[in-house]
Design a protein around this ligand. Structure first.
Ligand code: UD1
Ligand code: CA
Length: 459
């Protein structure tokens, strides 16, 4: 169900498209459905339907292996009405699991247990005890006993004072045989406080039909927590991040403070990886054995090989092309690696150095205040402070080739396309616009003039 409005988000973006750990809320739910092995998923859309459907389309990568179909609910007349829209496209022989697009952290194992409980012929409800059940549907049991048979779900607005005292609530998640669900949905009405078609009324029909209603009561509230407001979104974000951090720490990754760790994608780590505080990982990131990440780094779409050290405040974003950092390389502090930066083993990139679409071979160094764009840099090159490749002529990008063992002095401009021959030296302050031969010193700057006894003007 993803048709609701999400008024309290106060956002232009449909609620289920707000990101949690870098993915839309509804993507989490669809991924869970795929993992549970759903043979068919139906997404019920209404508010912002076009946007939601587009975001879950075939090239969204959502719920890979999931046969996904969208149906529209217009207008939105309640959860029962929402599920009614899906019925025509569901086969009779399955078990329907009802999920909400704004409840992202339900675990696969929990759903498997719920499905097992329904056994193909019973109604299984996911429930939990809350200290403050305000707003939720209450689980009404025979005689009120904790494990007595379930008689009904009563919505907050329809509940008697006695029912409001019940602390066991319905999570919004159920597993129900499609065949039975269809007959019950046909009997729903909206004679209630909200004039809505309540899905929860099917519990009464099940009881009337002699179909067992079973509650699977869990204790982990995060699994059924919904997002209705920015505050709740932030709370679930932390819960989700903690889950991810714990999973990595169980694999041996040393995270300095799991409360200051953010993963918005997929992070694969080798052995003895250490991550300091306040780092953000996005997209697909691979860290080899013994990699160390300093504090306050943002790293997206990158592969960092064994033994590399990323010093604090480094920003790496490979976007689609990716970034590669070689074994034992030292990056940062305050370095910036952009798409297509491909650094060999033992490369050093220091503070305020930007690298884009450039290959640096083993042992090359650019330690201070420099730009390398569209460059091919050979082994052991030393690239001086303040030097840049002028790769853009205002219309086209051109390449710079710096062959092995070149020494580029400080504050040089290499105007591409240009090649600096192997073993050559570029004198500091040079502007190089022509290729240079190997093993030569090239200097291209105004000659120094010193005038003896020259006097400064005086007032
Ligand atoms: C529902 C349950 C309540 C339960 C609670 C758990 C009903 C009648 N009540 O409450 O017992 O404790 O969930 O969170 O089912 N939606 C639609 N179309 C609609 C209405 C809702 O798609 O016409 C979607 C919403 O976008 C949301 C989900 O259904 O994803 C739940 O709707 P919401 O209004 O939050 O649930 P309640 O009715 O408050
Ligand atoms: Ca409602």
């Amino acid at each position: 169900m993803a048709a609701g409005k999400g008024t309290r988000m106060k956002s232009k973006l449909p609620k289920v498209l707000h990101p949690l750990a870098g993915r839309a809320l509804v993507h989490h739910v669809l991924a869970t459905a795929a993992e549970v092995g759903a043979r068919h998923a139906v997404l019920i859309t209404g508010h912002g339907a076009e946007q939601v459907e587009a975001a879950c389309g075939p090239d969204s990568g959502v719920g890979a292996g999931l046969q996904l179909q969208c149906v529209r609910q217009e207008p939105q007349l309640g959860t029962g009405h929402a599920v009614q829209q899906a019925m025509p496209v569901l086969p009779d022989d399955g078990i329907v699991v009802v999920l909400s697009g704004d409840v992202p952290l339900t675990q696969v194992q929990t759903l498997r247990e719920l499905i097992a409980l329904s056994e193909g012929d019973k109604l299984a409800l996911l429930t939990l005890q809350l200290d403050n059940p305000m707003g939720y549907g209450r689980i009404v049991r025979d005689g009120g006993g904790d494990n007595a048979p379930v008689r009904a779900i009563v919505e907050q607005k329809d509940a008697s004072a006695e029912q409001l005292a019940i602390r066991e609530i319905y999570s919004g998640i159920m597993a129900v045989p499609a065949r039975l669900l269809k007959t019950w949905l046909a009997r729903l009405d909206n004679n209630n406080a909200q004039k809505e078609y309540y899905l929860t009324d099917i519990v009464r029909f099940a009881v009337a039909d002699g179909v067992p209603v079973l509650a699977h009561r869990i204790t982990d509230a995060v699994q059924v927590a919904g997002v209705n407001s920015p505050v709740q979104l932030a709370e679930l974000e932390r819960a989700c991040q903690l889950r991810q951090a714990n999973r990595l720490m169980e694999q041996g990754v040393r995270i300095a403070d799991p409360a200051r760790f953010d993963l918005r994608g997929d992070l694969q780590c080798g052995q003895d990886v250490a991550i300091d505080v306040n780092c953000i990982f996005e997209g697909k990131v691979v860290l080899g054995d013994d990699v160390r990440i300093g504090a306050n780094c943002v790293i997206a779409n990158a592969q960092i090989a064994a033994g590399a050290v990323i010093h604090p405040f480094t920003h790496i974003d490979g976007e689609k092309q990716g970034v590669k950092v070689g074994e034992g390389a030292l990056i940062g502090p305050f370095a910036r690696l952009r798409p297509g930066a491909d650094l060999g083993p033992q490369v050093h990139i220091g503070n305020f150095v930007e690298v884009k679409n450039s290959t640096l071979a083993r042992g090359a160094k650019a330690n201070h205040l420099a730009y390398l764009g569209d460059a091919t840099v050979g082994e052991r090159v030393n690239y001086g402070a303040g030097s840049i490749t002028a790769n853009y002529d205002g219309a086209f990008k051109h390449r710079t080739t710096i062959e092995a063992d070149v020494h580029v002095g400080s504050n040089c401009v290499l105007i591409a396309p240009v090649t600096i021959g192997a073993g050559g030296t570029i004198g500091g302050g040079s502007t190089i616009s022509k290729d240079t031969a190997p093993e030569t010193l090239s200097v291209a700057r105004g000659k120094q003039v010193s005038i003896p006894g020259w006097k400064r003007p005086r007032k």
